[in-house]
Design a protein around this ligand. Structure first.
Ligand SMILES: Nc1ncnc2c1ncn2[C@@H]1O[C@H](COP(=O)(O)OP(=O)(O)OP(=O)(O)O)[C@@H](O)[C@H]1O
Length: 590
């Protein structure tokens, strides 16, 4: 995702405009919140007016005592009503903010599920997690406290200033005269606050990334005694984050005294000028008390202006980061007129398939056809593009149009869900969820779980677990051996009895004893399945009708294992090195 660390603060509003769709159906709630805020402020504004009336009564001392009690009671009642309505207004608005946070989180998650592999190659997990946690919190603060405080400030300023003008326009001017100084200062620093907020969020994302890497690579860090070095790298990242945070705090610290100065100067001006007006009897004492009361009500909203500004700039910066994620588009998309498919009747064909990761070509001019029910082995040098080739078939990676066909139809025109449900894919690295073995296998689809486990050669392992298929595998399968993890993943791929089986190095983490067990079990599972099996071990190809040998993204040899051994080329060389018959048992061609 493009970094926009220097996005101008003026664009904060346009960034926040992206939030509008998430307010759908909540506008009424915010309007009610505003109404309740109006009511609380009306109660607050009545207090100075009652004080004025109470003070005016003091000029008639005889009647003053009972009426003073009455005013005191009224003020107490108003304060009670103020508290009650205030609680409701906060709940109504803050609840709305929680709903918005929930909606944005859902939208983010839906987008992440939709994005293809190439996106995840680019992005760091810690950074993505940070968008889900810190950035979302900032957006919630903005849509909750930010909006509530802003509405409160606008309502209070609008009404209090109007009442003050009614009492004495010139005194109002004097009270508010220092405000432009405050506005100019706030304006001057707001751009810097936005930039710093954005940088802080990015540094925080780096810290999350370091933490995430430290957790997932704990074994590696310990085995290479890299605790100190890793700790140091974390400290550097955390320090950079701290510096940004401190700069932000300094800036906020600078705003608050300026605001306090402006409000203090206003109060001073009112005391001095208002006092003189009262002495000269150009203003009643009651009006002076009411005026001071209104001004006092403005102190807090003025003081929190700096905080509101920070909430908006920080929320804007976070929204920019969230928008980047929401705007990310998958290179693998459903075709507008996607064709449904329920089986592979004839073939899977590759026609001059080329693929590149960014600028780097990985597969070049690959052409071959796999007849339905045919089993193809794929071997070759490390990094020759074998895994990439497999991942292109279920469109886990985006292939260009006109390169891969299923029964004559370009896979890009097929319904994505249909295509994928025809395929059982075993990736090179087995990914397990921290659930039971049975649940991990059942993730592959509906089917016979014990049977799939048996086919994957898991039976003897399951006997060793007291809870068998119900054994919990720990986070990402840590409580299983590498070979066991891979066999659970294999069972998952077999679970839905797929038409097309894509096996990426199914014997990579398997010992010789299990290799034979799995291959024998798989022989029973082939049925009429079309199979593409990648392996470095040529013995894996004993049931394959044909084997392709890849080198630097090209097919350099192909044929039955026996034919390839006759060629005396790459395959023969590999077979010699492995001291095997090169899978020459080779399946009979149909
Ligand atoms: N996400 C990626 N971004 C950039 N390059 C990649 C990415 N994944 C793989 N590659 C590169 O593409 C080439 C082919 O990778 P691939 O994993 O398909 O090879 P392979 O033949 O399966 O390798 P191996 O035998 O080691 O499993 C390699 O050079 C690899 O470095």
């Amino acid at each position: 995702m493009d970094k926009q660390t220097t996005t101008a603060p003026t664009s904060t509003l346009s960034l926040l405009a992206h939030l509008l769709p998430f307010f759908e159906g909540l506008k009424g709630r915010y309007a009610l919140g505003a109404l309740l805020l109006l009511a609380t402020n009306a109660a607050a504004l009545l207090v100075p007016w009652l004080l004025k009336r109470a003070v005016e009564q003091l000029s008639h001392p005889v009647a003053a005592a009972p009426s003073a009690n009455r005013y005191a009671l009224l003020i107490a009642l108003l304060a009670g009503a103020y508290c009650l309505v205030r609680i409701f207004s906060r709940t109504v608005i803050l609840h709305g903010a929680r709903l918005i946070e929930f909606r944005v989180r859902e939208a983010l998650f839906a987008r992440l599920l939709e994005l293809d592999q190439t996106f995840f190659f680019r992005e760091r997990t810690g950074d993505l997690l940070s968008r889900f946690s810190n950035d979302l919190t900032n957006v919630r603060m903005l849509t909750g406290f930010g909006i509530m405080s802003l509405m409160n400030t606008v309502i209070l300023y609008g009404s209090a200033v109007w009442l003050m003008v009614r009492i004495n326009p010139l005194l109002t001017l004097a009270a508010l005269a220092p405000l432009p100084l405050m506005v100019l200062t706030v304006q001057a620093v707001s751009g810097r606050i936005f930039t710093l907020s954005r940088e802080t969020q990015e540094e925080l994302a780096r810290v999350s990334n370091h933490a995430e890497e430290a957790f997932s690579a704990a074994l590696l860090i310990k085995s290479y005694c890299r605790e100190t070095r890793f700790g140091e790298q974390f400290r550097v990242a955390a320090n950079r984050c701290l510096e940004r945070n401190l700069s932000l705090a300094r800036l906020r610290g600078f705003i608050i005294p300026v605001i306090a100065l402006a409000t203090g100067a206003g109060i001073l001006a009112v005391l001095y000028l208002g006092g003189h007006l009262v002495i000269r009897q150009a203003m009643t004492l009651g009006d002076f008390v009411a005026f001071s009361g209104y001004l006092a009500l403005l102190v807090w909203p003025t003081m929190v202006l700096g905080w509101i500004l920070t909430l908006f700039q920080r929320g804007g910066a976070s929204m920019a980061r969230i928008n980047e994620l929401l705007a990310a588009r998958s290179a693998v998309r459903e075709h507008a007129a996607a064709q449904r498919i329920s089986s592979i009747k004839e073939e899977v064909a590759f026609r001059n398939l080329c693929f590149a990761y960014g600028e780097r070509p990985v597969l070049r001019d690959i052409s071959f056809t796999v007849a339905a029910g045919e089993r193809i082995g794929i071997t070759g040098t490390v990094g020759s593009g074998k895994s990439t080739l497999l991942q292109l078939i279920p469109r886990l990676l985006p292939a260009s149009d006109g390169m891969i066909f299923l029964d004559g139809t370009d896979i890009n025109q097929l319904h994505l869900g249909d295509l994928r449900s025809l395929i059982g894919y075993l990736p090179q690295e087995a990914t397990l969820f921290s659930r039971t073995i049975a649940e991990n296998i059942a993730y592959g689809g509906d089917g016979d779980c014990p049977k799939a486990a048996e086919l994957a050669g898991l039976s003897s392992d399951l006997q060793g677990f007291t809870q068998g298929l119900d054994t919990l595998v720990g986070e990402r399968g840590v409580t299983l051996s590498g070979g066991q993890r891979q066999r659970v993943a294999l069972a998952r791929a077999l679970m839905r009895n797929p038409s097309l089986l894509l096996l990426d190095d199914p014997l990579a983490a398997v010992d010789a004893g299990h290799e034979d067990e799995i291959l024998t079990a798989l022989s029973a599972a082939w049925g009429g399945k079309t199979v593409l099996m990648v392996s470095h071990r040529l013995s894996a190809f004993r049931d394959c009708h044909r084997v392709l040998v890849l080198d630097d993204g090209r097919i350099v040899e192909q044929g039955t294992p026996a034919e390839l051994l006759q060629l005396g080329g790459r395959y023969t060389e590999l077979a010699k090195r492995q001291g095997t018959g090169g899978g020459s048992a080779g399946a009979e061609k149909r």
